[in-house]
Design a protein around this ligand. Structure first.
Ligand code: PLP
Length: 213
């Protein structure tokens, strides 16, 4: 069973008690894979990425990536923490040169760069709250997020749909993500960006919502 926690594209999360309950209810021959790609952004006391569950069971694996808070998506680097018997199985089936040496060196340097991590976390905490509040003021629904993006829900009325908003924003050079493939045709996902980008999107959305259909 794969659980993205926090989840993409909603930004929602499952508290650790609930993850443990899920694990307790699984048959022992099932593997629980906790995809904690966005764990570093979460500021909730009842969240845990799953390290404890990996350490105390033999069928739980946690996956992490350097693509998000470390900003190294182009390196294609991630890591996994799991019991030795599962790691051994992954080692047998993975591609022989799946990770290159410069990427590993960069990954280690990134882990040591705690100042960058803290700066990114602080930036995200501040602007995630700001975006959520400002976009809600425009009478758009925003799913409460603990990650580094927000899911914005648009009306179904003609001229105000997610597709209309996407066209409006794209024409101004502001690229959000359509999430129809996740069965969310009425929503757009916006990553928390720089202050300038965040303010530009909110101003453009205000203009969009102010327009008559
Ligand atoms: C939940 C989740 N897991 C993993 C990834 C991908 O990470 P990577 O860039 O390491 O493939 C993403 C990226 O979008 C994600 O949303």
């Amino acid at each position: 069973m794969f659980l993205a926690n926090p989840n993409n594209p909603t930004g929602t999360y499952v508290p650790f008690d609930e993850v443990k309950r899920l694990h307790a209810g699984l048959p022992p021959n099932a593997v629980l894979v906790l995809d904690a790609a966005y764990a570093d952004y979460v500021r909730r006391n009842d969240y845990e990425s799953g390290i404890e569950l990996v350490a105390t069971s033999d069928n739980v694996v946690m996956c992490r990536t350097f693509s998000k808070i470390h900003g190294l998506a182009a390196l294609r680097l991630g890591w996994l923490y799991g019991p030795a018997h599962i790691v051994a199985a992954v080692n047998r089936i993975r591609g022989p040169f799946n990770v290159n040496t410069p990427a590993m060196a960069a990954g280690i340097a990134a882990l040591e760069d705690t100042a960058h991590l803290e700066r990114s976390r602080e930036h995200n905490t501040r602007w995630l709250a700001w975006l959520t509040e400002e976009i809600r003021k425009l009478r758009l629904d925003v799913t409460p997020s603990v990650a580094n993006f927000v899911l914005i829900h648009f009306p179904t009325e003609k001229g105000r749909t997610a597709q209309d908003a996407d066209a409006f924003l794209t024409a101004r050079g502001l690229i959000l993500r359509q999430v129809g493939a996740y069965k969310l045709p009425n929503a757009l996902r916006m990553s928390v960006g720089s202050e300038e980008a965040n303010r530009l999107v909110v101003a453009a959305l205000a203009e969009f919502m102010g327009k008559r259909a």
